[in-house]
Design a protein around this ligand. Structure first.
Ligand code: GUN
Length: 291
């Protein structure tokens, strides 16, 4: 029988821990942590994520500011806004919600955020520091997955781990973090992607599979070995007439087929998603304390 990794409950507990830490920090004369989010345009998923980040800030006692900008904003105007927030000493962390409209160079915007305020951990300085094992802001989703391993006491040392997907935000940093010489590292990592020819065989050999390719229900029951740990990072929104919102979320894992073979598995929703937000909060608290 598999054990469900409950990201929702774990994140709720961590939020309580953060709230307590903020209380103590402020009591000792520290400033209330402040996260700013820039949201360009009206993408439905981005609106939902940013609203959820704002709600989470309130839950732990952070200040938050959402800066809403129209799709028509120019790259120069957006960069100017980022610069303004870089200089604003009251703001500890800044995230620019992705994706950005096509006419804006995303990488240029990422690199405009001060590394000390880059609580998403997307700036090359933070990525580079993470790669060589220096203290850095670590991308929120991989950090959240490591936290789940820690809280559920899932050992990675000596294990064979497959990461499917090579995005800058999840797949690449996840692979590096799992192969680091650290307690929740020391795994032998295989990074698979769309050109990997024998993905099924590779996955069948894995003790831990992290599915982060963004393809709904890609990982099927015949692709995992008995007793594997499966982490589902996918969140594909599909129309549904069974939910109030008219949408439902599908993971990258075909849960009903895969779960019976697993020792541990994350659900979608309620698995990795809530942990991502908690990692962002942790990074913001760190940014605020380090100032
Ligand atoms: N879009 C999808 N995931 C993320 C994230 O973690 N941070 C930001 N800024 N944008 C995203």
């Amino acid at each position: 029988m598999y054990q469900l990794i409950d990201g929702k409950a774990t994140s709720a507990q961590i939020k309580e821990e953060i709230a307590e830490e903020v209380k103590q920090f402020v009591k000792q004369g520290g400033k209330i942590p402040h996260l700013a989010a820039i949201l360009v345009g009206h993408d439905g998923a981005s609106e939902t994520y940013v609203a959820s980040k704002e709600r989470s800030c309130q839950q732990v006692g952070f200040n938050s500011t959402i800066i809403r900008l129209e799709d028509s904003i120019t790259e120069a105007e957006l960069l100017k806004k980022v610069e303004e927030i870089n200089k604003n000493v009251d703001i500890d962390g800044l995230i620019v919600q992705l994706p950005l409209p096509d006419h804006i160079n995303e990488q240029k915007v990422i690199e405009a955020v001060l590394p000390e305020k880059d609580v998403d951990g997307f700036h090359p300085v933070n990525v580079g520091r993470m790669v060589i094992g220096l203290p850095a802001f670590i991308s929120a989703t991989p950090a959240g997955i490591l936290e789940l391993f820690k809280r559920y006491n899932i050992k990675t040392s000596g294990k064979s781990c497959v990461v499917i997907g090579r995005s800058n935000i999840v797949g690449k940093p996840m692979g590096i973090l799992l192969s680091r010489k650290s307690e929740y590292g020391n795994a032998t990592v295989t990074l698979c992607h769309s050109r990997t020819p024998n993905i099924k065989e590779v996955c069948l050999n894995a003790d831990i599979v992290i599915a982060a390719l963004g393809k709904a229900e890609f990982l099927t029951g015949d692709m995992v070995k008995e007793g594997a740990v499966v982490i589902d990072v996918g969140i594909t929104r599909v129309k549904s007439d069974k939910t109030k919102s008219g949408w439902k979320l599908l993971g990258d894992v075909k849960f009903d087929e895969v779960a019976p073979k697993c020792s541990y598995i994350t659900p979608v929703p309620g698995g990795v998603g809530p942990m991502t937000i908690v990692s962002l909060l942790k990074n913001t608290l760190l940014a605020s304390k380090e100032k």
